[in-house]
Ligand binder design. Structure first.
Ligand code: BDR
Ligand code: CA
Length: 311
C-alpha cells in the first residue's frame, strides 16, 4: 500500500485528540512524527496530552517533539473554557512513560524533511508558530513539503472573533508567514469544520464501539459537546481538527474551492482574518489555497467510529 508521509503539528486539545485517534490507526498514513505547540493549553499541557494519547493508543513508535511555548508576536491566549483545565475535557488518561525526543519541533521537522527521499505533507491543527519558525529559519526545506493541510481560518465567519478563527488568532503573524510561503495549502477552516460535528447519538455510537479509544473519545467529547451546544447554533460539537485527516484519507468526502488567501495582521475588525478571494476575475496565478467548503457529515462521523473500532 502506498502511504502518505505526514508530520502532524498539534496543540492537543479535544479535537486534536480525535484527529490523532483517526490518524494513528490509518493504514494509509505514514506518520513521521508529531510536533506540539501551545494553543488550546500551555505547551506543558499540550505536550503531556499528546504523549498520553500517543501511548494510550499504542503508537509509541512515533516520535513526539516539543515546540513553541508562545506565539511569535501576539500575547498568548489559551482555550481553557472550550477544552477544560487539562485540555482534554473530561477524559483522563494514564500518565505517559514516553518522553519527547531531544530535538525541538523545528529541529525535528528540519531533519526529517532533509533526510526524506519523498515529499512530506504537514498537518497543523493548532496555531502555526512551529511551522512558521521552520519556514523562516530553513526555507530550503520547502522543496521537501508536499503541501500543508491546516485546520485554521474561515472564509466567511470566525469563532474567536467575528472574522477570526482561534488557531489563526493565537498567532496571526505565524499564519501570515505560512499562507504567504508559496506552499500549497488546504485550508480546513470553519466553513467546513462547523459542518463536521458529532451529535449526542454519534458520541454514544463512539462509546458503544466498546474499545479503549471509543471510551476515551466519548469522555473527551462530553465537555466539548456541552460547550458547543450551549454557545453555538450547532446540534453537536465541531470536530475541527479531524477534518484534516478526513481530507487526507477521503478527499472525496470534502468539497473545495480554489482561492487566494492572505492573513490580515493589521486590521482592527479583521485582525487575524483569513481573507479569501474567490472572485472569478481575481489573478488566479496568486491562488495559494484550496478552501474546504462542505463535508459529507455522515461519512465523517463513520470515519471516527470506524477508527475507534480499530483499537
Ligand atoms: C481550533 O481551535 C482549537 O480550539 C481547536 O483544537 C481547533 O484546532 C478550532 O477553531
Ligand atoms: Ca487544535
Amino acid at each position: 500500500m502506498i502511504k502518505t508521509p505526514i508530520i502532524m503539528d498539534v496543540d492537543t486539545g479535544i479535537d486534536d485528540a480525535i484527529a490523532l485517534t483517526v490518524a494513528l490507526q490509518a493504514q494509509s498514513l505514514d506518520i513521521k512524527g508529531i510536533t506540539v505547540v501551545a494553543g488550546n493549553q500551555t505547551i506543558e499541557k499540550t505536550l503531556k496530552n499528546t504523549l498520553e494519547v500517543v501511548e494510550y493508543l499504542g503508537r509509541t513508535d512515533i516520535p513526539v517533539a516539543k515546540g513553541a511555548a508562545k506565539p511569535l508576536v501576539a500575547p498568548q491566549i489559551i482555550a481553557e473554557e472550550t477544552h477544560g483545565e487539562s485540555g482534554l475535557g473530561n477524559a483522563k488518561l494514564p500518565a505517559a512513560s514516553i518522553q519527547p525526543v531531544e530535538e525541538d519541533a523545528v529541529a525535528f521537522m528540519r531533519r526529517v524533511l532533509e533526510e526524506s527521499s519523498e515529499k512530506i505533507t504537514l498537518v497543523p491543527t493548532g496555531p502555526l508558530t512551529n511551522i512558521a519558525l521552520l519556514l523562516m529559519a530553513y526555507p530550503h526545506v520547502k522543496e521537501k513539503i508536499e503541501k500543508i493541510v491546516v485546520m485554521g481560518g474561515g472564509a466567511f465567519e470566525g469563532n474567536a472573533s467575528a472574522t477570526s478563527e482561534f488557531n489563526i488568532l493565537v498567532d496571526p503573524h505565524a499564519a501570515s508567514v505560512v499562507f504567504a510561503s508559496g506552499l500549497p495549502i488546504v485550508m480546513c477552516g470553519l466553513d467546513v469544520t462547523m459542518k463536521a460535528y458529532t451529535t449526542k447519538e454519534d458520541i454514544q455510537a463512539v462509546r458503544d464501539t466498546g474499545t479503549k479509544a471509543g471510551e476515551f473519545c466519548a469522555d473527551a467529547f462530553r465537555h466539548y459537546y456541552d460547550m458547543y451546544t450551549k454557545y453555538t447554533r450547532l446540534p453537536g460539537c465541531a470536530v475541527h481538527d479531524a477534518v484534516t485527516i478526513a481530507y487526507l484519507l477521503h478527499p472525496e468526502m470534502i468539497t473545495v474551492k480554489p482561492a487566494t488567501v492572505r492573513v490580515d495582521i493589521d486590521g482592527v475588525h479583521s485582525y487575524a482574518c483569513t481573507a479569501s478571494d474567490f472572485r472569478p476575475w481575481r489573478d488566479k496565478s496568486k491562488d495559494n489555497a484550496l478552501v474546504c467548503m462542505d463535508i459529507d457529515r455522515q461519512a465523517f462521523v463513520k470515519l471516527i467510529i470506524d477508527a475507534c473500532k480499530n483499537y
